[in-house]
Design a protein around this ligand. Structure first.
Ligand SMILES: Cc1cc2nc3c(=O)[nH]c(=O)nc-3n(C[C@H](O)[C@H](O)[C@H](O)COP(=O)(O)O)c2cc1C
Length: 185
């Protein structure tokens, strides 16, 4: 099956995962803003970083390219821990608001954790994180969401949760699925 990996990254986490997946799978790879055509491909693996709940580049990619007839895998990359159900549910709810129902229904969604280096953030992103941090700080400790807690703990620091073992596990599932042996995600 001809498969294209599309990635959308600002600071490199999704880029690193995408390149690693290319090395594992030997699929073609392109950044979301450099796609020429997706016509020859039967399946798309989209690796996109989370920004304010949204998956970077996903809305634009879905708007500009017809993915209806293709198998679609979405790998989100964010700083919050997707193994916590509260965070996982937030990510899924946000995706639901970004993609059409028919696309959401057929998407297989997986989650990876990325990295954050405050000293490398753009001015706009620094301000955004500051506002989120201030809001989290103003929320009483016992009322903070898991995401709020993570922001407060990591604010201003350099943290990396990039985990290739997690990517390997996801790749095994996608590989089995592409080869016709459906497994639960
Ligand atoms: C302005 C801003 C907003 C972010 N919003 C989220 C978010 O909503 N959920 C999350 O899990 N991570 C969020 N993050 C963390 C990024 O998703 C994380 O740093 C990711 O690894 C960045 O990927 P990239 O290096 O490919 O750009 C945010 C980071 C920044 C700077």
């Amino acid at each position: 099956m001809k498969v294209l990996i599309i990635y959308a990254s600002n600071y490199g986490s999704s880029h690193i995962y995408a390149h690693r997946l290319k090395a594992l799978s030997h699929f073609d790879l392109v950044s979301y803003d450099e796609i020429k055509t997706i016509d020859p491909y039967e399946a798309i693996i989209y690796i996109g970083s989370l920004y304010a709940g949204g998956v970077k580049g996903l809305a634009k990619t879905l708007k500009c390219h017809d993915l209806k007839d293709k198998k679609l895998y979405l790998l989100t990359v964010g700083i919050s821990d997707p193994k916590l159900s509260e965070n996982h549910d937030n990510i899924i709810q946000n995706i639901k608001t970004q993609v059409a129902q028919e696309i959401f229904a057929k998407m297989r969604i997986y989650h990876l954790r990325g990295a954050l280096n405050y000293s490398k953030l753009s001015f706009k992103h620094r301000i955004m994180m500051y506002l989120v941090y201030r809001k989290a700080l103003r929320t009483a400790k016992e009322e903070r969401s898991k995401e709020d807690e993570a922001i407060v703990e990591t604010y201003g620091k350099t943290v990396s949760f990039v985990d290739f073992d997690e990517l390997n596990k996801i790749w095994e599932k996608i590989d089995e699925d592409l080869n016709g042996c459906n497994v639960a995600s």
